[in-house]
Design a protein around this ligand. Structure first.
Ligand code: ZN
Length: 164
């Protein structure tokens, strides 16, 4: 069996910045592998494209430019908000902390605190990996056919997936 559409794929990977020797972003090694249904948009399109045709045990190493991953860093995606908005818990206002917020239409947004002033707090709404070229190394753990229900629901069931 090879990786292609409608397979449930489990991979172990290490994500570093720019190249295999770059700064570590995250790794599944030592924990559960990433499991996803191939071909339904659960992971980055370029991530899928680079895995296509691999077999269980197959190794991979490839880069994805930031523009094809989490996009360019947007200097204008910074917002100053009055500290009074966070009255209830000012201890949240630590530089580097990510705060769950909502936009005007109620969509969830993650803002990272980059400055705390007397009156205002400055938040960065860029994705933490915006502007970062990604490099993935890893191997394929397993491949199986997706159940019709998994394709319908758009997620993986069972171990490492949804239970319902
Ligand atoms: Zn489901």
């Amino acid at each position: 069996m090879v990786i292609e559409e409608k397979k449930v794929v489990a991979v172990h990977y290490t994500l570093t910045e720019g190249s295999a020797d770059g700064a570590l972003v995250e790794s599944t090694l030592g924990s559960k592998p990433l499991k996803f249904v191939y071909g339904i948009g659960m992971v980055l399109p370029d991530f899928e494209a680079n895995l296509k045709g691999l077999k269980p045990g197959g190794a991979f190493a490839f880069g994805i430019q930031s523009a094809d991953a989490y996009g360019y860093y947007d200097e204008t995606a910074m917002v100053e908000l009055p500290k009074s908005m966070f009255e209830e818990d000012e201890s949240l206002l630590e530089i580097g902390r990510t705060l769950p917020l909502q936009d005007e239409e109620g969509h969830p947004l993650m803002g990272t605190v980059i400055a705390v002033g007397q009156e205002n707090v400055k938040l960065d709404f860029n994705h933490p990996l915006a502007g970062v070229d990604l490099f993935f190394t890893g191997h394929v753990e397993s491949i199986r056919d997706a159940e019709p229900e998994e394709l319908e629901h758009g997620h993986v069931h069972g171990d490492g997936g949804h239970h319902h």
